[in-house]
Design a protein around this ligand. Structure first.
Ligand code: ADE
Ligand code: SF4
Length: 364
């Protein structure tokens, strides 16, 4: 069911929202200058990530790559190591590809044309709308997770937010509600409202500038919205992560160039069907799969890590080895013995960063 817009005075709604935003917006580094590059960089980071979490990464990036030229000259491994920990790594790969295209094909400026923008790697409807509205004041309405929630509540949207057709109808209301005079601030304001006032668990309706327009508030049913069916269940797997120690050095391997966590470095993995694997079996698998002789010295507590389609359990295993030769790389691209100090420039993904921390604490 398409919510009705008639019940809402559009101009009044926009004014309340925009006035609130003017007075209350968070001061964020990419809001300080009117240049497209900080907006572009921040919007890529904010795609699946909250402001608080993205902020330190943004600061690191803008320092290392202060402009599009600097970014376009980076290597993928550099960008991935700087991005490590932020997740959804295809964003980092695409950021670099897009930076290079912008330099070579668009005179080092983000294209104004939405069709051209949408052809850039990693730029979808959300980021194109955000960047074009904030930078060039073009009238494209953004819809992200925050906006879905705000709109669902404002209009008491009765349909499952996971359905394509619900998402389309929310995009449609957002298009209609957008201020054509000030689309950039309007878009930032509606996202900001979702982030700081219309929060998932405890919406701060008392402070909400658009409370008088809100259907959910009227019915005192804020928490009922957005209506969302249960997530499809994820594939569950267990990885034995092998911290193979040879004197001061540890064996790291680089993941394949495509697929989950592509090109990241990690400890070698054994993927086993069962969980409680005996040391002897782990040792013989190590020999069979990697051609390495070693002895299990300690197993840590398992921990879980959620990826978008996989529920992964990690079992840390410390192994002592006397030989430094890895016979079979399997699908890995490369291997390297490193001390932890030598790791700084290698991209290592979250779960294995945790393993390193765990291991460091253990040895102190
Ligand atoms: N989330 C993503 N982009 C944002 C922006 N520009 N302002 C507030 N929240 C955001
Ligand atoms: Fe969200 Fe409450 Fe404002 Fe409605 S009144 S938009 S539920 S914060």
């Amino acid at each position: 069911m398409m919510p009705k817009l008639k019940s809402i005075d559009k101009i009044q709604f926009q004014n309340s929202l925009l006035n609130w935003f003017k007075k209350n917006k968070r001061s964020l580094p990419w809001r300080e200058q009117a240049h497209w590059y900080p907006v572009f960089l921040s919007e890529i980071m904010l795609q699946q990530t909250q402001v608080d979490q993205a902020l330190p990464y943004y600061v690191k990036f803008i320092k290392r790559y202060p402009n599009i030229h600097a970014l376009s000259k980076a290597t993928e491994q550099e960008v991935l190591s700087l991005w490590a920990g932020l997740g959804y790594y295809s964003r980092a790969r695409n950021l670099l590809k897009t930076a290079r295209i912008i330099v070579t094909d668009y005179q080092a400026k983000f294209p104004r044309d939405i069709k051209q923008a949408l052809m850039l790697p990693g730029i979808g409807k959300y980021s194109a709308s955000a960047i074009l509205s904030i930078v060039y004041n073009l009238p494209y309405a953004v819809v992200d997770g925050n906006v879905y929630r705000v709109m669902s509540r404002l209009f008491a949207v009765p349909d499952d937010i996971r359905l394509n057709k619900t998402q389309k109808s929310i995009q449609k209301i957002s298009d209609q509600l957008l201020s054509n005079i000030d689309p950039g601030n309007y878009n930032e304001a509606i996202m900001e409202l979702g982030a700081v006032i219309c929060k998932k668990q405890n919406p701060d309706c008392i402070k909400c500038p658009v409370q008088t327009f809100c259907e959910a508030f009227k019915k005192n049913e804020q928490l009922r919205y957005p209506i969302k069916s249960a997530a499809p269940s994820k594939r569950k797997i267990t990885h034995h992560a092998l911290i193979i120690v040879n004197k001061e050095a540890y064996l790291f391997v680089q993941r394949p160039a495509s697929g989950l966590l592509a090109s990241f470095w990690e400890f070698p993995i054994l993927e086993m069907k069962k969980k409680d694997i005996k040391d002897e079996l782990l040792e013989s698998e190590l020999k069979k799969i990697y051609g390495i002789e070693g002895k299990v010295t300690l197993k840590g507590d398992v921990f879980r890590h959620q990826y978008s389609h996989i529920d992964l359990t990690y079992q840390p295993v410390i192994i002592k080895s006397n030989n430094k030769k890895i016979k079979y790389l399997n699908n890995y691209r490369a291997s390297k013995w490193c001390t932890f100090e030598e790791l700084n420039e290698l991209p290592i993904h979250n779960a294995h960063l945790k393993l390193i921390e765990w291991f460091k604490n253990l040895s102190q």
